[in-house]
Write a protein that binds this ligand. Sequence first.
Ligand SMILES: *[C@@H]1O[C@H](CO)[C@@H](O)[C@H](O)[C@H]1NC(C)=O
Ligand SMILES: *[C@@H]1O[C@H](CO)[C@@H](O)[C@H](O)[C@H]1NC(C)=O
Length: 747
Amino acid sequence: MPVVGVLLWATLLTLGWRAAHAKDHGFGFATPRVQLSFKELKATGTAHFFNFLLNSSDYRILLKDEDHDRMYVGSKDYVLSLDLHDINREPLIIHWPASQQRIEECILSGKNSNGECGNFIRLIQPWNRTHLYVCGTGAYNPICAFINRGRKAQDYIFYLEPDKLESGKGKCSYDPKVDTVSALINEELYAGVYIDFMGTDAAIFRTMGKQTAMRTDQYNSRWLNDPAFVRAQLIPDSSERNDDKLYFFFREKSADAPLSPGVYSRIGRICLNDDGGHCCLVNKWSTFLKARLVCSVPGPDGIETHFDELQDVFIQQTQDTKNPVIYAVFSASGSVFKGSAVCVYSMADIRMVFNGPFAHKEGPNYQWMPYTGKMPYPRPGTCPGGTFTPSMKSTKDYPDEVINFMRAHPLMYHAVYPTHRQPLVVRTNVNYRFTTVAVDQVDAADGRYEVLFLGTDRGTVQKVIVLPRDDMETEELMLEEIEVFKVRAGLSSTLCQQQLYVSSAVGVTHLALHRCDVYGEACADCCLARDPYCAWDGSACTRYSASSKRAGVQRHITLCPWHTPAANKNAVEAVQYGVEGSTAFLECQPRSPQASVKWLLQKDNSDRRKELRVEGRVLRTEQGLLLRALQLADSGLYSCTATENNFKHTVTKVQLRVLSSRAVHAVLVQAEAPPGLPGAPTPRYQDLLQLLTQPEMGLLDQYCQGYWRHTAASPPQPLAGLKAKEQQDQKKPRNRRNHQPETYGHT
Ligand SMILES: *[C@@H]1O[C@H](CO)[C@@H](O)[C@H](O)[C@H]1NC(C)=O
Ligand SMILES: *[C@@H]1O[C@H](CO)[C@@H](O)[C@H](O)[C@H]1NC(C)=O
């Protein structure tokens, strides 16, 4: 039986697969620290799938109602009211299909190629304290209705008011493939829709309520050119209500093709109290303006590469309701360049563009120029009765020249650029794209973090934080990528009460924002994960919250030991023995697949540390270093360093002592003598005894223990007991990226 340092070769063969997953830290790539399949996610118990078997699909609309603790969901033929805390607890379900007659008419008109002749719910808005307003495509004949949801959740009321069905024209698109965006403000519905059966007439519409119905100029491609609406959001401009503006986020065909990209992303806005013009633009917006939203990266040739197709927008409210932060997800789908990006915009930048020059073009063959002629008063786009126009109560009072100017100049000359002029997150050359974004703010001991949850069209959610690196540089860290749906599907998402709700073509799921124990069971794993939701509490990686903070709770990377140079000294030195001619395995397994590993060797104390050359008898595996056909000269201090996100630390230091085969043979003969015999064992026997009890525990853990001994905070538990547990746990695989060999050496 081999005594020391022999790796089972079968184990080695299984190590190869990870090496095949070459890490690429190049621009636009990102490796999640933890990747969970649908099954693995389910096993964590942190995801709850709505599991009522409805004959439905296309779960698209999510509306949270924190007063009632409900989440409303719209899908094909169904409106659901789910418990925010447990989506499978007594869901309230309304089945609302289109009438049989309507479905038959729809099929006859040739529209059912992909089952479009259903009632796809596309709008759910709160109407008053007791009622919701909902609209569906109604088998290509949009319909709307009121839903009674009761005064409070305990009423357990949820039904369609049967005598209050209304036409959905101008409120909901006919085609379920076309998104509808809406905002219900003061009992008036503002909607970005296609208002005809053929899907050629797109408009921003105002209906219901006491003011006149309004729309964008019809078939005027300068205003809207085949738009795809993404979101509508009221953002006040000042404390004066008359200044209130509704912003629309959309993408549209470029009117300048083929010289420009086929699609532009836009931010547009209207005044809520717009009454249209008097002479012209009657019942049409007289305050509609739009600007380009830019999200781009400099290409290798210095030419900007644009992500032109806006996919989703998340509005992060701040203390100041006038200045929310706007997160937008874009994709690029050109033939040469594929990718997605997240850009962030400030309202200050957006307002600056709307207050800047208007885009002007003399004729079809001219370039866009900033308009430099005389500006009419009040400045086009100003809301009536607001801060600057207190005496003009209605846009009908505006001079004709203002209205005429508006009709011809809906576009601003300057584009809106993202904060720092660059995206926050970029993905290129990946076979998926982002479809949705939600952002949570996490208060950590070392500051506030923004955590991005990015849904992809392959049914996964990526959890990403962005850390500042240098002055302007930031560094992205993908904490996890989880497979929420087994199918490739675009996702919608919303955040509510520390839960993420995600919907797709096939269903709805709610997810916890954190799965701390998945990072591993060691302090080092927890720290290096840098998940602002998680902290090491002395025995496990658990949910951190500012209120549960107590002495000794380790918090985030800034409190982790290894970003200081001193940290390298903390690595515990282990002694390992090898026998001349046999094989030794030096374990070095940083928890993170994101780390890159280097081995250094110091032959004796006087020698300098040199990088070890991996060749010949020396073999590197994902788990460590394999030294074959050991020679006496291989003795020395081996250190394994891991570099991750600029944080370099020593994972392991192993003092390898190679014993001559002759000496070992002699000792073995002694060792086989019955115990209890008189005569002290030789020093070499002591060595071997030590070797046999040398724990196989991961040295990362030792390192962590070393950290606790070095910090002023005293560890909350006696280390000895902890250690024993960790030794056992160390043998269990923790996640699929980190299967460890069950057996090697020392047996
Ligand atoms: C499910 O819905 C489809 C169309 O909406 C219908 O053809 C099918 O019969 C329904 N199945 C069941 C089990 O109700
Ligand atoms: C809410 O609106 C519905 C529909 O118009 C109406 O029937 C109901 O009485 C209203 N409820 C309240 C509390 O105003």
